[in-house]
Design a protein. Structure first.
Lengths: 393, 291
């Protein structure tokens, strides 16, 4: 079944070649000789490792251990990892956490009786940047009305328990749905920050009928703002076409594309359709390890084109469309069905988008500054706007 | 990536819908002719057969316009979309694919203008291969314009599609693209089509199977089309075919954003021409007194 999936869906059969045939023979023998699930898993893992590509793997049934059930309700606490610990990097506005006394820069040590550090270590064991983000998010999600106790460590190392009742976020737009996906509350945030710069954030590339007019209207309303900050931290992506749509408002001129996705029988170019009266001021994009898929395609494409400067941390490196199927043994097989490279030829898979300015998770800095990544973007605007406009656009 | 494929699908749908209008032929090319003659003769024969296969030629030519309302299902993604097209005998056309949570994707032909508009990418003026493809799709009854749109057709063998015995023909368009048709031997109907659609995202190979042929006012339409595009499967089902309708306003008018784009391009072109003219004119000689 593993071989069949790769044989029938891999986007570049020629690249598989003789080496793949030899690999299949080699690992088939190991698989047939396996007497335990672990031995069988090892053989399948070896086979997929020979591809030397991300998004191909065997996920043991036990890998989801520690992940919460998820759900539409949440606390409003956003966590990222620093030194193996769960750092609060943001408290969402109008959320239960906002009134709980938890502060950005504090550490979440435990959820109920469950210590987070060992879980984070397990989620991050194979170098996956995205699984810890998802895992930590799941500890902050559940059913509306659930009450959870979180053990919080403050700046001085003091521990305290905080009880939070989960709520379904209202969002600022209508819940969005696309086929099997959703409904998901859409968060649209727009404000002018210090210096009059336009700051915009949306939580997913979904709901184009809401997001695109909102984006267009904001750019028109604030055409005099000296710069645009597009906050895509934690944005897991969604509709790939929306990367082209957003880029269309930020790029002048015809003939640009963000990158190319290579399927088995065709290539899909992420072509940008230029819009009338596009944004002509500097653009800063904020990303982190929770930024994935469409977010990465947009950020890398705009970085390649010299249209935006990227701030934050390397993104998830999960731009490919991949499928997950359950194998007869109960394990899960993940396999990508397309390759992607950006305009500059960069492969995002596994590598992610490397920011122009990297700002690590630093609890002390978060406590002092609030949002060090946003501040870095503002400093860049203040320091180099004119030079950048002349050289990059 | 479904979301990406959808854009290419949208741009190909009008072409596919045209295929659902019954097309028919059953005659193999005459033996003993040169390949050049075969191409010419087969195309000519196909036109006659296909028109006869749809209905009476005089009756077809009397129809002023057609509106088709369909449903498009993408089962793997849980998507059901609404589709309509309006085509007039004069060659005006508007097509819309509305997907909940995604928006209304439109494209059309109005005189010399071929355009598209969608909620994500906004307005665009189509040209080149995409315009050619859309114009072929804007024929109210494709066979009536067969000689205009295609350069040649050649027989390319036989094949069973399911339980239907078919002849295969390769059509070459006048813009040098190729389409492959499987035509049933007994009923002279298109059973399968393979082509490469042009879209803003690139060239998209597609394969379609047409079934459920039914007559609407004496004209044959395939009411179901199963589309395979890469790993994505779609099914398009006609719900209603209307002939000689009173056009709705949005079937006759160009969307405002498209019109604005057209106007801006026209102004920019005129401005450019004006500057070019000014540059050609010799500078007035300076008088002594000016120095």
């Amino acid at each position: 079944m593993v071989c069949d999936r790769i044989d029938t869906t891999f986007w570049d059969p020629d690249a598989l070649g003789e080496k793949w045939a030899q690999s299949k023979d080699k690992h088939r023998a190991s698989l047939e000789a396996a007497s335990t699930a672990n031995e069988a898993r090892k053989a399948m893992h070896g086979l997929l490792s020979d591809l030397n590509l991300s998004h191909f793997g065997i996920i043991p049934g036990s890998a989801s251990e520690g992940l919460g059930e998820g759900g539409s309700a949440e606390t409003g606490v956003v966590l990222r990892v620093a030194d193996g610990r769960a750092v609060v990097v943001r408290i969402e506005g109008d959320s239960p956490a906002q009134h709980s006394g938890i502060l950005a820069g504090e550490i979440v040590v435990a959820v109920g009786e469950k210590q987070l550090e060992p879980l984070i270590e397990r989620w991050a064991a194979d170098g996956n940047k995205y699984l810890p983000v998802q895992g930590m998010a799941s500890t902050m999600q559940g059913s509306a009305g659930d009450t959870r106790t979180y053990t919080i460590e403050d700046a001085d190392g003091n521990l305290r328990d905080v009880e939070i009742t989960l709520e379904t976020p209202n969002g600022t737009g209508k819940p969005v749905k696309f086929g099997h996906i959703g409904p998901i509350p859409l968060r649209l945030e727009k404000k002018l920050v210090e210096g009059g710069y336009l700051y915009m954030r949306f939580n997913m590339f979904l709901g184009p009928m809401q997001v695109m007019p909102w984006f267009q209207k904001a750019l028109k309303e604030h055409v005099d703002a000296p710069g645009l900050i597009l906050d895509l931290r934690g944005n897991p992506g969604g509709l790939g076409l929306m990367a082209c749509g957003i880029a269309g408002w930020l790029i002048e001129g015809d003939g640009f594309e963000l990158g190319v996705m290579q399927f088995r029988d065709t290539k899909m170019k992420f072509v940008v359709n230029p819009r009338l009266d596009p944004w002509k001021k500097p653009v800063a994009i904020l990303v982190d390890e929770g930024s994935a898929s469409t977010t990465e395609i947009l950020a890398q494409g705009l970085q390649d084109l010299g249209v935006a400067r990227i701030f934050g941390r390397t993104t998830a490196g999960a731009a490919l469309p991949s499928m997950i199927v359950r194998l007869p043994c109960g394990d899960l097989m993940q396999y990508a069905i397309a390759g992607y490279h950006s305009r500059s030829g960069k492969r995002l898979e596994g590598a992610g988008v490397l920011p122009d300015e990297v700002i690590p998770v630093d609890p002390g800095k978060i406590r002092d500054e609030g949002d060090p990544i946003l501040n870095a973007a503002l400093r860049w605007f203040e320091g180099s706007t004119g030079v950048w406009e002349e050289t990059s656009r | 990536m479904l979301q990406l494929l959808m854009r290419s699908s949208v741009h190909a749908l009008v072409l596919l819908l045209t295929l659902m209008v019954g097309t028919a032929t059953s005659q193999d090319p005459a033996e003993g002719e040169t390949s050049g003659e075969i191409q010419e003769n087969v195309l000519d024969q196909l036109q006659v057969k296909m028109i006869a296969g749809i209905g009476d030629k005089a009756a077809l030519e009397k129809i002023k316009n057609r509106r088709v309302i369909s449903v498009v299902l993408i089962p793997g993604a849980g998507i059901e979309a609404k589709h309509f097209s309006f085509i007039s005998a004069a060659g005006e056309m508007v097509e819309s694919l509305f997907i909940e949570g995604y928006g209304d994707f439109r494209q059309g032909i109005h005189g010399d203008l071929a355009w598209s508009h969608d909620p994500i990418n906004g307005p665009a003026i189509l040209s080149g291969a995409m315009e050619d493809q859309l114009r072929r799709g804007s024929r109210i009854f494709t066979p009536l314009y067969f000689m205009k749109d295609y350069a040649s057709a050649t027989a390319a063998g036989e094949e069973m599609i399911g339980e239907v015995d078919c002849n295969i023909f390769i059509f070459n368009t006048k813009t040098d693209t190729e389409e492959k048709y499987w035509i049933s031997k007994d009923a002279s109907r298109v059973i399968q089509v393979s082509l490469t659609a042009d879209s803003p995202m690139g060239k998209i190979p597609m394969r379609m199977q047409l079934t459920d042929y039914k007559q609407v006012e004496q004209i044959w339409y395939a009411h179901t089309m199963d589309i395979q595009q890469g790993t994505q499967k779609m099914q398009m089902t006609i719900q209603e075919v209307q002939h000689d309708v009173e056009p709705k306003e949005d079937e006759l008018t160009i969307p405002a954003e498209v019109q604005e784009l057209v106007d801006r391009k026209k102004s920019a072109k005129e401005e450019g021409e004006k500057k070019e003219e000014e540059a050609k004119e010799p500078a007035p000689e300076k008088k002594e007194s000016d120095r």
